[in-house]
Write a protein that binds this ligand. Structure first.
Ligand code: GDP
Length: 430
């Protein structure tokens, strides 16, 4: 295994990065989140236990692995504390380090997010309303509050006065919305939260750099997916932090002058929450079947996701912008039982065949999918799954093998990991 591995989503998130991160984590010393916040949700299933994670890296289930929340992540301390407690009740005691440079989501960020969501209507992705965009905006305005600030009473007050005043003025005077909390109650509450988390707050950038220099193995876990990246995704229907693999250095503070194993997670079909053009979207009964079978309801919000056929225009772009050198394909079992499958190989825009996602929103809105058809595969019983685990790729049904080979040939990237169920052991390496 390489010293540095990065796991990223190639679609709209929910590809199964949590499962794959857990699968790869047993061989590394550190697992690092480098962007996003509690707008991400990951599910890890080990034996008969299911773990729901949001801010803590999915490597946390491996007992010897150190979990790092890097400087590029934004943290709601109340949510983080709940997640730590919930893991502890499942007998997982996180070896957790939180960057002192990670920004803090404050109550007024959540109120601002509510107000913004109404204002933006159809432009912008539907927000999870967790305060993510406003906290990243404050970071760029340069009046954000960082985890380390919660440990310094004077600095925290100085920064809070500015940040509170700015945000609450906009909430009240621009959006004419209510925000009841006064500065003092927030100050006292967040000082208390800082104290509770103080044992985890750390100079993670230095620790990771030292680990890197010592040759220790580090796994970076991306949240969301390429089409939600604010630079490379379908802007403005995106999230608020970059999630392409290159961002792992910015969001963890470690310069990685080395070759990396960059694993792109591709779900065998596509799903997304919220509005934005979705070229290969399915409707009607087919969509309902796929949604229910794939459990395509938001981990955090419970919202039903839109679903569609695998889109290789999207995956091709993800391979290019993240420098992906290996693919893990997930949820092949969900497609089992369908007679015919389709893969979107290109878009037709104004009569022209296009193989790259256009930057222009109108062009992508008018894009039609160009499909290639494939015969499906039969249901995967427990005994077929056991045979696959034992003997590997050649035990997969021929139609599934062909589906996989077609994809890797189209995107020019090898598919090396195959996942056919949510459990850790429902995975093979090819
Ligand atoms: P992430 O955001 O990319 O980490 O993905 P999530 O964890 O939010 O969503 C993926 C969901 O699919 C989780 O419930 C996983 O347990 C599940 N999952 C992952 N891989 C597979 C698979 O190969 N087959 C099936 N049926 N479920 C899977």
């Amino acid at each position: 295994m390489n010293q540095i591995t990065v796991v990223v989503g190639t679609q709209w998130g929910d590809e199964g990065k949590g499962k794959l991160t857990d699968y790869l984590a047993k061989d590394v010393q550190y697992v690092v989140r480098f962007q996003g916040g509690n707008n991400a949700g990951h599910t890890v299933v080990v034996d008969d236990k299911t773990y729901k994670l949001s801010l803590i890296p999915s490597g946390v289930i491996s007992p010897d692995t150190i979990s790092v929340i890097g400087n590029g992540v934004v943290i709601d301390p109340n949510v983080l504390l709940k997640e730590i407690t919930s893991l502890q009740t499942q007998n997982i005691y996180p070896k957790l380090l939180i960057s002192q440079r990670a920004h803090v989501i404050m109550p007024y960020h959540i109120a601002m997010d509510e107000a913004l969501n109404g204002y933006q209507d159809n432009l912008a992705a539907e927000s999870t309303k967790r305060g993510i965009a406003p906290v990243f905006a404050d970071k760029m305005y340069r009046h954000g509050i960082r985890m380390g600030d919660l440990l310094d009473k004077e600095i925290f007050r100085e920064k809070l006065v500015k940040s509170y005043d700015f945000n609450v003025s906009i909430i009240r005077n621009v959006f004419h919305a209510t925000f009841e909390r006064d500065l003092e109650s927030i100050y006292q509450e967040y000082l208390g939260l800082g104290e509770k988390l103080s044992l985890y707050i750390h100079d993670t950038e230095v620790e990771l750099y030292q680990a890197y220099k010592l040759g220790q193995k580090i796994l970076f876990e991306g949240a969301q997916g390429m089409s939600l990246d604010p630079d490379h995704g379908i802007y403005p229907h995106t999230t608020s932090s970059n999630n392409v693999a290159g961002y792992c250095e910015v969001g963890s503070g470690v310069g990685l002058n080395c070759e990396k194993r960059i694993v792109g997670i591709v779900k065998a079909y596509v799903s997304r929450v919220g509005n934005s053009p979705f070229v290969s979207e399915l409707g009607g009964e087919k969509a309902k079947t796929l949604r229910d079978k794939g459990q395509e309801y938001g981990t955090i919000t419970g919202r039903p996701r839109r679903v569609g056929w695998l889109d290789l225009v999207q995956v091709r772009q993800a391979v290019r912008v993240s420098g992906i050198n290996e693919i893990a394909i997930t949820k092949l079992d969900v497609l089992a039982g369908l007679e015919e499958l389709q893969i979107c190989v290109a878009y037709k825009i104004n009569g022209k065949i296009v193989k790259e996602t256009p930057a222009n929103l109108n062009e992508i809105r008018s894009a039609e999918p160009v499909y290639q058809n494939f015969p499906g595969w039969g249901e995967m019983t427990e005994s077929t799954k056991d045979r696959i685990k034992e003997r590997g790729f050649t035990e997969l049904q021929k139609t599934m093998q062909d589906y996989i080979k077609f994809i890797e040939n189209e995107i020019k990237c090898p598919i090396k990991i195959i996942s056919f169920g949510p459990k850790r052991n429902e995975t093979i390496i090819r």
